[in-house]
Design a binder for this molecule. Structure first.
Ligand SMILES: C[S@@+](CC[C@H](N)C(=O)[O-])C[C@H]1O[C@@H](n2cnc3c(N)ncnc32)[C@H](O)[C@@H]1O
Length: 198
């Protein structure tokens, strides 16, 4: 689901990359990806996270970055400088139908994406399908108490049905064939974590 004006403001603000930098550094201290790792970011938005992922995990490699919204992909073309875009390959696609063969990626990143997808379990299956055995899914997700409370439900736009909270997300992660690694979570608000494909 594409973002409405309010959520665009929330993710395209100057503090968002600061938060993502902290989160990616948190990942970096816990996970080492192989040299030349094949990396995909789903729901990359304007590409701030893709650039930070490249710097932290694969300075000389190539990061594939996709979003459902062509407006966001166009924004990546202006938000990032040509130097920052080096090694980043942006395209439009749906996380529920990733245009890759099985086991094509060593890592998939998703910052605040699954909770925007009506069939988020389908997207999770796709992520696992394209991950190599031993590959890592890095994720930051929000729970409905944050984005669908009595105030935010009138401002932000998200699917109303089939929502996940802490337990449902972790259960779906396990059912999809991933093993949770370390995570930081507020069970009402959201989670930052990673999981490995066994
Ligand atoms: C909350 S924004 C996060 C953007 C960026 N990852 C960030 O953290 O700043 C969620 C993004 O997911 C994208 N998105 C929503 N549904 C999607 C889908 N089915 N496939 C790919 N991207 C999707 C939206 O267009 C939006 O750019």
């Amino acid at each position: 689901m594409k973002l409405n004006w309010a959520e665009r403001l929330a993710v395209n603000n100057p503090l968002r990359p600061v938060q993502q930098r902290l989160e990616i550094n948190w990942y970096r201290r816990r996970v080492d990806l192989p040299k030349g790792a094949r990396i995909l970011e789903i729901g990359c938005g304007r590409g701030a996270g893709s650039y930070l992922i490249k710097r932290a995990f694969s300075p000389a490699g190539c990061i594939h970055a996709m979003d459902l919204d062509i407006g966001m992909i166009r924004k990546a073309g202006t938000y990032l400088s040509p130097e920052a875009r080096e090694g980043l390959s942006f395209f439009v696609a749906d996380a529920c139908r990733l245009p890759y063969r099985d086991r094509a990626m060593d890592a998939v990143f998703g910052f605040g994406v699954l909770h925007h997808i009506p069939d988020w379990q389908g997207a999770l299956k796709e992520i696992v399908r394209v991950l190599e055995d031993g590959g890592i899914y890095f994720f930051e997700e929000l729970y409905p108490a944050l984005y669908q409370n009595c105030i935010t439900r009138h401002i932000l736009l998200h699917p109303r049905e089939n929502r996940f909270r802490a337990e449902a997300l972790k259960r779906a992660v396990a059912e999809a064939g991933l093993v949770m690694g370390t995570y930081l979570e507020n069970p009402y608000l959201g989670i930052l974590g990673y999981a490995e494909k066994k």
